[in-house]
Design a protein around this ligand. Structure first.
Ligand code: FAD
Ligand code: DLZ
Ligand code: SF4
Length: 509
């Protein structure tokens, strides 16, 4: 029958390398399997999104005349794993070879590398060309660099792609407009209503299946409004470019109660599952700038997230795995507090960020980094426990993108491989960028004692606890000088207050 084309759940792209030379008579294999659906307790919306998108994609392939062998989760005999399902499909179809695009995760690549021996067949693993930068090009860029900084990688990517470039120079004569992108949201700034997609019959069937099977996982299954086809994802992108991108830059770091999406793209699940490509999203944003429909600070800021951060994060993942996830540079050992799963905390910023996550399987970058992430960093949560949480609760979460963001950017567990200092902050930052503090049981202006914002004393306690590792970091010299002035008694009191607060939090496990 020729080759069996195995398409994984996050490879829903018609231009996928493993489908490129499909010939009549060959079968495409797609499988829903328990192992993937339960390696962490995924948010129910994440599972429903992916299974519905997979089923729609299979239909689209059939519509293009391709033969698709699609194994549903409850199909009789489903073995529950990629390897088991490939074995059954090989027996059914008798292919000469298996063709697969490289997976997003190290765990799955390790599995795939065992298939040829297991099934006695050639297994061709093709590069995933949906990224701007191949794993090998990133490794070449990283070679001989002591530290990896996104900004330099990003500049090289601007040059190689020509995005926002003119005659070899960055448009606007600056690479980065980030200083224009840190405005708090004015109270009277209208926020666009986001495009949602009514579940069709396929999605409704999947939703009911997910309710029965995964209904107890953290997160609301409904209302469900995610795009599940490429056409819908394109409509979501159009909506973002027209209604949000023009002000995306200004309020990129802002947070507002009840407004989980603000001006963000809300496209990461589509990019990561393959319904949209990084290239088309960046080109659309650039076109909006060139047509005078969106300002440069917004467009550059947005393109940097995808061409810079997303590609950089993936590069770090493949460069450093599998050892990457085992490091713990700050010796963080505290168990994950139960409130991450329940939302039951008096700290309003955390309650809001976790509440948005529960409702939408989404929180924007600053909520992830500076609220739930900042808390985990300052509290010294065990990296593996907080990583599992992030991998489970977001519709866009896959190991390749979640892990470097959490392990490296949030937890500094890689010792600063990708950031020059930990993103640690006291309550002031959250107060400046959000409206959360006004409704909080704690007082953001109080540094210690009854009712003081816990971020305030946790921030200083974090620096004291980690002085051995961090006090020589040149970007923290001012903070450590301030701490020096506090004197030993005040420092001991801060530490005692932070540890008592943290020790009093019920653990999740
Ligand atoms: P926008 O703000 O509109 O940005 C546009 C796009 O840029 C995103 O869709 C995304 O593809 C890309 N992007 C932006 N920042 C990053 C980044 N740091 N890393 C990779 N891509 C980026 N993103 C994921 O896709 N999956 C994850 O599992 C994930 N986990 C994260 C965990 C933490 C602790 C942090 C701090 C960030 C994480 N991110 C993750 C990155 C970022 O928060 C999300 O990509 C973003 O919030 C998605 O929403 P959006 O589409 O509205 O993004
Ligand atoms: C995330 C996920 C889930 C929940 N379920 C499936 C599945 O049943 N079948 C599938 O092919 N893929 C699934 N995925 C996505 C995979 O975990 C992802 O394709 C691999 O980890 C490679 O990145
Ligand atoms: Fe969060 Fe502190 Fe503000 Fe409360 S006062 S919302 S805990 S930053």
């Amino acid at each position: 029958m020729g080759s069996l084309r195995f398409v994984l759940g996050d490879q829903l792209s018609h231009g996928l390398s493993s489908l490129a030379d499909w010939r009549a008579g060959e079968t495409v294999l797609m499988v829903e399997v328990t192992e993937e659906a339960s390696y962490v307790p995924h948010h129910p919306q994440k599972i429903a999104f992916l299974f519905s998108a997979m089923r729609h994609f299979a239909e689209e392939l059939r519509g293009r005349g391709m033969t698709v062998d699609y194994v549903e989760l409850h199909a009789p005999g489903n073995t529950g794993s990629f390897t088991g399902e490939l074995g059954r499909a090989v027996a059914r179809h008798g292919p000469d070879a298996v063709v697969v695009t490289e997976p997003g995760e190290w765990r799955v690549l390790d599995m795939i590398e065992g298939w040829s021996a297991a099934f006695g067949l050639p297994v061709e693993i093709r590069a995933d060309d949906r990224f701007f930068c191949t794993r090998f090009a990133f490794a070449r860029w990283a070679a001989d660099r002591k530290s990896l900084r996104m900004e330099y990688f990003y500049r090289a990517m601007r040059e190689s792609t020509g995005l926002l470039m003119e005659a070899g120079e960055p448009v606007g004569q600056k690479w980065n407009f980030d200083t224009d992108n840190r405005r708090p949201l004015p109270g009277d700034q209208p926020v666009p209503v986001r495009l949602r997609f009514e579940p069709d019959a396929t999605t409704r069937t999947v939703i009911e299946m997910v309710r029965r099977r995964f209904g107890n996982n953290f997160g609301d299954l409904e209302p469900f409004g995610w795009a599940v086809t490429r056409a819908q994802a394109c409509a979501a992108l159009d909506h973002f470019i027209t209604d949000c991108l023009p002000v995306f830059g200004d309020y990129q770091d802002a947070m507002k109660t009840g407004e989980g999406f603000l001006f963000h793209g809300v496209i990461s699940p589509y990019l990561n599952a393959g319904l949209l490509t990084a290239e088309e999203v960046c080109r659309r944003a650039e076109d909006a700038y060139r047509a005078g429909l969106a300002p440069l600070n917004a467009v550059e800021g947005f393109i940097r997230q995808i061409l810079g951060w997303r590609e950089f994060i993936r590069g770090v993942y493949w460069l450093k795995m599998p050892d990457y996830e085992t490091t713990n540079a700050l010796n963080a050992t505290r168990p994950l507090p139960a409130f991450y799963w329940t939302g039951d905390t008096e700290m309003n910023c955390l309650r809001q960020a976790i509440g948005d996550t529960r409702r939408h399987a989404y929180a924007h970058h600053i909520q992830r980094l500076m609220v739930t992430g900042n808390f985990a960093l300052l509290a010294g949560i065990r990296p593996a426990e907080i990583e599992e949480w992030y991998l489970a609760v977001y519709a866009d979460a896959y190991d390749w993108v979640e892990l470097p963001n959490v392990h490296g950017m949030v937890m500094f567990a890689d010792g600063g491989l990708m950031s020059s200092k930990p993103y640690a902050a006291g309550g002031n930052y959250i107060n400046r960028m959000s409206d959360y503090c006004g409704d909080c049981a704690y007082d953001v202006n109080k540094k210690s004692g009854e009712g003081a914002c816990p971020f305030n004393f946790m921030y200083w306690a974090f620096l004291i606890d980690n002085a051995e590792t961090l006090s020589r970091n040149h970007r923290l010299l001012n903070a450590y000088r301030t701490l020096e002035r506090f004197g030993p008694k005040r420092r001991a009191a801060i530490q005692a207050e932070a540890h008592a607060f943290l020790d009093g939090l019920p653990a999740a496990y």
